[in-house]
Every structure is written in structure tokens, then in C-alpha cells.
Design a protein around this ligand. Structure first.
Ligand code: ZN
Ligand code: ZN
Length: 255
């Protein structure tokens, strides 16, 4: 029983075979799927998936790459959606200095506003951080984000950053890159992260794990992520699956 905590199965890459991909995912032992809605286009289709399938949940938020397009009306919209029964988190939100499609100042502003919104509606946050460790940590501290906590999705830092995130009440989301030979630091993090702070994800359709690296990722591959972490930690896959699923159910308050 696995919990896929970060995927984009509403993406156009799945328009041809979405049903089959979802079937393969449940066949792989995935019992819960959290799909991410992160802008004006993806939020309605993500909610639609969550309304269609009982095992689907959704987040709503504004991605840092799209920060420049986020209006006050959009933030009001997010607040309204937050009370939807299948909306379990605010995200993905954060900072992305790699693509830099929105100016840093605007990214900071939209990030802060959404942390405040999440605190008001009492939902955990899903953090997207690319090349922005220092500013993400600083803003989480300044906004007292530990009151709600959440997950550092697709974590790619070292053990020091992992410990900082945990001390701020955040869990560590690990995906496909943990299976890559050239990611020894991430393997080390996966090995030592406290088990009660570990979540599994794919970030499909991106970042497919070995041996599918470079191809379209899909949520059934979360099993490959789980297998690699179980191997690294020398523990049974079933136990790792059970614990990480309980972690996600607790964080996202799913019965
Ligand atoms: Zn992301
Ligand atoms: Zn994502």
C-alpha cells in the first residue's frame, strides 16, 4: 500500500492514456494519489480528478514559475477552494531560481501570501524549491510556517538542509532521482531521514526513476522509489510502504 504524494496526472502528457496510467498505478499497489494543482490551468483539472476517483486528492496553489501571473482574485479563489473536501494542501508553492520566469521579489511575495493563506485555512504546504535553499528557509522561518508544516517536495539537498527542514516541521518528499547512480547525497539523505518524516513521490511526468530515466514518468513508478529506499535502509518494502503511507495520511488528514 503506497501513497503517491506528488504527481501531475492531469498534465497533457497523459491525455492519450490517462485511464491506463491510473490503472497501472493502482495495480502497482498505490492506494492514494495526491495530484498537484499549481496555476489557473491545472487547478480545475486536478480538482476534477479528485472528484472523479475516490483515491485521488488534490492540492491548490500557485507555482513560483507562475508567480508573476498570480492576482489578488487568484488568491481569493485559492482560499475558496481550500474548503473543498478533496483539497488537502496548499501547493506547490515556493521559489524557483533555476527557470527564473518570475522576478525573485514577486516570487517571495506570492510565496509569503500563500503561507499566510495556508495558516488561515489550516492546511499543510507543499514546497517547491529549486536553487533557492537559503531564501526558502528564511521565508519559512519569518512566516512561522512550522505552525502548519508540510513537505519539501522533490528534496534535493544534503543532510544539513534536511535537518533544518525537519526542525521547521517539514517532511521530506523523495522521488525518482534517489534511484540515480550519480546522486549519492540524496541516497544518503534517504538512508538517514527519520522514518516518520519520509514521504514518497514521483513528480510525474518529470524525473522518471531508473531504468526509465529521461522517459515520461508515471505514478506507478513510485514503487521503484520505494524499492530503492527500502534497499538503502535495509528494511522490508512493505514496512516502508506502510510507514510512509501513514505519514502522508497524517499530514494531509486523510482518514
Ligand atoms: Zn515542483
Ligand atoms: Zn510538481
Amino acid at each position: 500500500m503506497l501513497f503517491e504524494t506528488h504527481t501531475h496526472l492531469n498534465a497533457e502528457q497523459f491525455d492519450e492514456d490517462r485511464e491506463e496510467v491510473i490503472k497501472r498505478t493502482t495495480d502497482a499497489g498505490v492506494s492514494y494519489i495526491l495530484n498537484i494543482g499549481y496555476n489557473r490551468e491545472t487547478i480545475p483539472s486536478s480538482i476534477q480528478l479528485a472528484e472523479t476517483y475516490p483515491f485521488f486528492y488534490t492540492s491548490v496553489g500557485w507555482h513560483p514559475q507562475d508567480a508573476i501571473s498570480c492576482t489578488e482574485e487568484d488568491l481569493v479563489w485559492l482560499r475558496t477552494l481550500a474548503s473543498h473536501a478533496k483539497v488537502v494542501a496548499i501547493g506547490e508553492i515556493g521559489l524557483d531560481y533555476y527557470w527564473d520566469t518570475s522576478p525573485k521579489g514577486i516570487q517571495h511575495d506570492i510565496f509569503r501570501k500563500q503561507i499566510r493563506l495556508a495558516k488561515e485555512v489550516n492546511l499543510p504546504i507543499i514546497i517547491h524549491n529549486r536553487d533557492a535553499d537559503e531564501d526558502v528557509i528564511r521565508i519559512l522561518k519569518e512566516e512561522n510556517a512550522e505552525e502548519i508544516g508540510g513537505v519539501m517536495h522533490c528534496f534535493s539537498g544534503d543532510i544539513v538542509l534536511m535537518e533544518q527542514c525537519i526542525s521547521l516541521n517539514f517532511s521530506i518528499g523523495i522521488g525518482g532521482p534517489v534511484t540515480f547512480k550519480n546522486r549519492p547525497v540524496l541516497k544518503e539523505v534517504a538512508k538517514v531521514v527519520p522514518l516518520d518524516r519520509l514521504l514518497l513521490e514521483t513528480d510525474s511526468p518529470y524525473l522518471a526513476p531508473h531504468p526509465f530515466r529521461g522517459k515520461r514518468n508515471e505514478s506507478s513508478y513510485v514503487r521503484l522509489v520505494a524499492e530503492e529506499i527500502a534497499r538503502l535502509r535495509e528494511m522490508p518494502l512493505e514496512e516502508l510502504a506502510h510507514i510512509t503511507t501513514q505519514n502522508a495520511k497524517k499530514l494531509f488528514e486523510i482518514k
